[in-house]
Design a protein around this ligand. Structure first.
Ligand SMILES: [Fe+2]
Ligand SMILES: [Fe+2]
Length: 248
């Protein structure tokens, strides 16, 4: 995508071009994957549940009166949600390959859904953005600890998708942060949201982090780096900041 053109039509086309990627298959050697701790399967099952929702945000984008968005934005949002559902499929493959079980309920997933339901489109997109930051870092760290495998590649593919999602949400939020006051409000809400998201994920996924020997401070630092990147994309009219999150 051309970094100098962030029109919603471009985003719609960007997501549409990726929409017919094939369904995932995993042909990993079972004996190698057996060495992966069972806590990883549970952790991925929680993320799988979190990637499965998102229908209401499409409706909200379609019915929104925010003047900076249009039908192309709503369609891009629908394609984005479809991409998240593909992630749910990919993660379901990973969970099954690790002989784990998919789940239907989880307190962090419920918190995330409540956050998305309570609020208007702007705040909803901020919740989605926090999920992207969490996902980018978490999937990346997890994949780096897995043996060379198809599962590792699937997780890396999700990381690249999440980077594009981060950029998409930042483009929207930037259109909503023109004035100094709007930027200050964004910063306060964003930092509180991001802090809360990071804490609940650390609590809920502590077993997998421990079993994979991923230090909490490493995860935290990565989240903060990406959180600041997202901040810069929203509050600074900075093309270089956009380029720092490579979209392939
Ligand atoms: Fe995702
Ligand atoms: Fe995403």
């Amino acid at each position: 995508m051309d970094e100098t053109d962030f029109s919603w039509r471009r985003w719609r086309r960007f997501f549409a071009l990726r929409s017919d990627r094939p369904s995932p298959t995993l042909l990993d050697d079972e004996s190698r994957m057996r060495a992966v701790p069972s806590s990883v399967a549970r952790s991925l099952a929680i993320f799988q549940l979190g990637e499965s929702g998102g229908g209401t945000v499409i409706e909200q984008a379609r019915n929104s009166r925010i003047c900076e968005i249009d039908d192309d934005y709503a369609e891009a949002m629908a394609l984005f949600v479809a991409e998240e559902h593909r992630h749910a499929e990919l993660l379901a493959c990973c969970v099954r390959a690790l002989r784990g079980e998919l789940i239907r309920k989880n307190w962090t997933a419920r918190l995330f859904v409540c956050g998305r339901r309570l609020i208007g489109l702007r705040l909803k997109v901020m919740v989605l953005l926090a999920a992207e930051v969490v996902g980018i870092c978490y999937y990346h760290l997890l994949s780096a600890r897995l043996p060379e495998s198809g599962m590792r590649k699937l997780l890396q593919e999700i990381v690249e998708d999440e980077k594009a999602h981060l950029k998409f949400h930042c483009c929207f939020l930037r259109t909503q942060a023109h004035t100094g006051l709007q930027r200050i409000i964004f910063l306060i809400v964003w930092r509180v949201l991001m802090f809360a998201a990071a804490v609940v994920v650390l609590i809920d996924h502590r077993a997998a982090l421990r079993d994979l020997a991923i230090p909490v401070n490493v995860v935290w630092k990565r989240w903060m780096v990406y959180s600041r990147t997202a901040e810069n994309l929203v509050i600074q009219d900075n093309i270089r900041a956009m380029r720092s999150v490579a979209v392939r």
